[in-house]
Ligand binder design. Structure first.
Ligand code: GSH
Length: 150
């Protein structure tokens, strides 16, 4: 039976799992904003002239900052879809075990992607992180579509 749309931590263990992993990956994604800011300040690499008054030479690009930004952008391409698809998937009433494996593997894949991008680790480690997360999102989307009516 499909899960109730009125979800809470106490009465739906699958939603509890979803909420926990959603918070973890969202925090990880938000961390990359702070990490970008840290790199900008320590490398003196600013994007706007008002961020470095009187020092226009610091309005420049730098690969260490761009790398963190690319990593963050990749999270933005993958984590919001997880948040939407994961919630819809919870509403299809999956087993706790199947759902937790989806959420766990997605979270692990995004941590692998981040570590591989920022270290950087040799490919295909980053591609693996990206691909596994993508497969999980596709799997949840397919299950949502299959449990609905087109
Ligand atoms: N928007 C991505 C891109 O332009 O590369 C789509 C494909 C993708 O996400 N590829 C992964 C990646 O880490 C695995 S190679 N791409 C680098 C990036 O998004 O900066």
């Amino acid at each position: 039976m499909a899960a109730s749309i009125f979800l809470s931590f106490s009465d739906n263990p699958v939603f509890k799992q979803y909420a926990t992993y959603a918070a973890v990956v969202t925090l990880k994604m938000m961390f990359l904003s702070a990490w970008t800011a840290k790199h900008r300040i320590s490398q003196r690499v600013f994007i706007n002239s008002e961020d470095t008054p009187g020092k226009p030479q610091y309005v420049r690009r730098d690969d260490s900052v761009e790398r963190v930004r690319r990593c963050h952008r990749n999270d933005l391409e993958n984590i919001p879809p997880f948040l939407v698809l994961g919630l819809l998937y919870v509403l299809t009433g999956p087993s706790v075990s199947a759902a937790s494996w989806h959420f766990r593997i997605f979270a692990a894949s995004r941590f692998l992607h981040t570590v591989a991008y920022l270290t950087p680790l040799p490919q295909p480690s980053r591609a693996l992180g990206f691909t596994v997360g993508l497969i999980i999102n596709v799997s949840m989307a397919v299950q949502v579509i299959m449990s609905g009516q087109l």
